[in-house]
Write a protein that binds this ligand. Structure first.
Ligand code: UTP
Length: 483
């Protein structure tokens, strides 16, 4: 927050400060605004940390060079799928027990980042309201809510749920939950809070864009905005008051996420090389060109390098067994301790960097006062990424998970990572779980399930807790079944 309090800010008092940082064009139409509009613009400007704007513009908006990567980048070590083998083998069962103890003690909360604009999906509403269930069309929010209810029942303890929205979708998100009676969750354990926003900048000039004559164009400040927002909104204090120690964090667009994962939480909490501050899950990349960030080690510190920043030779490098050396793809699933989030949010030395994204942003033409809808990307949005907190942990671990088990994102309207791919992955996962307890699932000629199966988190939170007695012996060919 800026030094000028919002109450006292007037456009006249802000003008010299805007002039000093080369941004006074945002007042171009000030004299034509009503008193209310002027007050609202003054409030918006006062909420921007104006002193930092020139530095942000110079470092992130006007700078277009590729990121300079350190010389010594090594693949990140990780806890291999299912406990691994040989030297790296680890005891899944004992970590599961530790994680279950954490849930039973009511020390784990869920956290969903749901403040994105979902522009690729093109859905009219918050992405969490999107009908994603492969049989029922349940919304993403309902799918997560059932996992959380299932966990509360299984472990006999509260699992509070924190949901980060943005000023653009907060009201709609809250209304959706109210309309659906919080999907059976206790309302007192669901907390919504808005993430921050950043001004959107003209990519050529570094000037803040106007969305209307009296409003600066803004964008949500990225999922990394979660760290500050959790703190500022009082979510961290709320967690501490409830005795929460760890946060299971995931994105709103992945219905297959194991939001309740005792093994992962146990490993995060107790592995000898974990500081129990921030841990992550990875899936093996499908190929060198897959567009996911990759876990790496730089100078002994774990971190994620974005796919666009990983040099071609490293992305394609293979080990003696012919596997990609840098194969640990990030799927944005993390465990964080409450204490770590508090530390990163409050210590200025830990401020997360910004990343620039060049996007199309509608804006007011300063000469004509008309709103222009650009055909080409014209603006820089500045966003923080949650994975930039990983190197700030004293020690951080990565656990391998299976793509079918945990990664069915709904990002695009069609094609890769669309509702179509997500729904067939949901069935694939459900089929595996059912087969693991002896249910017969019909298969087509290529070995894929010849049916649709949606498995609610209320039926089982983890595969090992499926109750065979409550399941059919077999699924009919072509059936669409909701269990
Ligand atoms: P994406 O990077 O997929 O962005 O977000 P998006 O905004 O949802 O979709 P596009 O790029 O416009 O199509 C990954 C996750 O991070 C959250 C999203 O809600 C999603 O869960 N997120 C993203 C935020 O919470 N805030 C942000 O500012 C950006």
């Amino acid at each position: 927050m800026d030094a000028i309090s919002r109450e006292s800010a007037t456009l006249a008092s802000l003008r010299p400060r805007l002039e000093a940082i080369g941004q006074s064009h945002v007042l171009t139409f000030a004299d034509d605004l009503t008193a209310d509009q002027q007050a609202s613009l003054a409030n918006q400007i006062a909420a921007i940390d104006l002193d930092t704007v020139p530095d942000l513009v110079a470092r992130f908006v006007m700078k277009t060079d590729a990121a300079t990567l350190p010389e010594d980048i090594q693949p990140a070590p990780y806890y291999a799928l299912g406990g691994g083998s040989d030297d790296s083998a680890w005891d899944v069962r004992s970590f599961r027990r530790i994680g279950e103890d954490l849930f039973e003690a009511g020390q784990v909360a869920c956290f969903t980042v749901a403040g994105g604009q979902g522009s690729r999906l093109g859905y009219d509403g918050p992405k969490g309201c999107y009908p994603a269930g492969c049989v029922t069309g349940k919304s993403l929010f309902q799918i997560f809510a059932e996992k959380i209810r299932g966990a509360e029942r299984t472990f006999g303890a509260d699992v509070p749920w924190y949901i980060m929205t943005s000023p653009l979708n907060d009201a709609q998100t809250r209304q959706f939950f109210e309309r659906h009676a919080f999907f059976g969750l206790d309302e007192s354990r669901v907390m919504f809070f808005e993430q921050g926003t950043m001004p959107s900048f003209d990519k050529e000039t570094g000037k803040m864009l106007l969305a209307s004559p009296g409003t600066i164009a803004t964008n949500p400040d990225g999922h990394g905005g979660a760290i500050g927002a959790l703190m500022n909104a009082g979510a961290i204090d709320d967690m501490k008051a409830r005795g929460i120690v760890h946060i299971s964090a995931f994105q709103v667009d992945n219905p297959s996420v194991q939001a309740i994962d005792p093994v992962f939480l146990g490993l995060h909490h107790a592995a000898s090389d974990s500081s129990a501050q921030m841990s992550s899950k990875m899936v093996a990349k499908v190929g060198p060109d897959e567009k996911v960030g990759v876990f790496c080690q730089v100078g002994g510190r774990l971190g994620v390098i974005e796919y666009s920043d990983l040099p071609h030779d490293l992305a394609n490098a293979r080990d003696a067994a012919g596997e990609l050396r840098f194969n640990a793809g990030s799927i944005a699933i993390h465990a964080l301790s409450v204490a770590f989030v508090e530390r990163v949010a409050t210590d200025p030395a830990f401020a997360l960097p910004y990343h620039r994204a060049v996007k199309k942003v509608a804006h007011v033409d300063l000469a004509s006062g008309e709103v222009v809808q650009p055909n080409e990307p014209n603006a820089v949005k500045l966003e923080r990424f949650i994975f930039d907190a990983i190197p700030l942990a004293d020690a951080s671990i990565v656990m391998e998970t299976d793509r079918v088990e945990e990664f069915a994102p709904v990002k695009n309207a069609t094609g890769a990572d669309s509702i179509e791919t997500s729904q067939s992955l949901q069935t694939l996962k459900a089929a595996r779980w059912l087969e693991s307890v002896g249910v017969t699932v019909p298969k087509d000629a290529s070995g894929e399930p010849d049916c649709s199966i949606e498995l609610s988190g209320l039926t089982a939170v983890t595969a090992d807790r499926l109750d065979r007695g409550e399941l059919p012996d077999s699924i009919d060919r072509g059936a669409a079944i909701d269990l």
